[in-house]
Design a protein around this ligand. Structure first.
Ligand SMILES: [Zn+2]
Length: 62
């Protein structure tokens, strides 16, 4: 399965998503996000690398 890292445009929450899904709900503000309208900051098929990428992006955002 392919995963991607997105950032919620409303609250800047960094979030990992399965790229096979069309939408995802932001865990912080609850907004429903359409994946095709979002920038995918990182793509991987490894869940481990996904967590690493989320950590790095979180550090960059703060
Ligand atoms: Zn949000």
């Amino acid at each position: 399965m392919k995963f991607g890292v997105i950032i919620c445009p409303q609250c800047k929450q960094v979030k990992g998503v399965a790229l096979s899904s069309k939408t995802t709900r932001c865990i912080r503000c609850g907004k429903t996000l359409e994946l095709k309208k979002l920038k995918i900051f990182y793509e991987t098929d490894s869940q481990e690398k996904l967590s690493q990428a989320i950590g790095i992006l979180n550090a960059e955002m703060s």
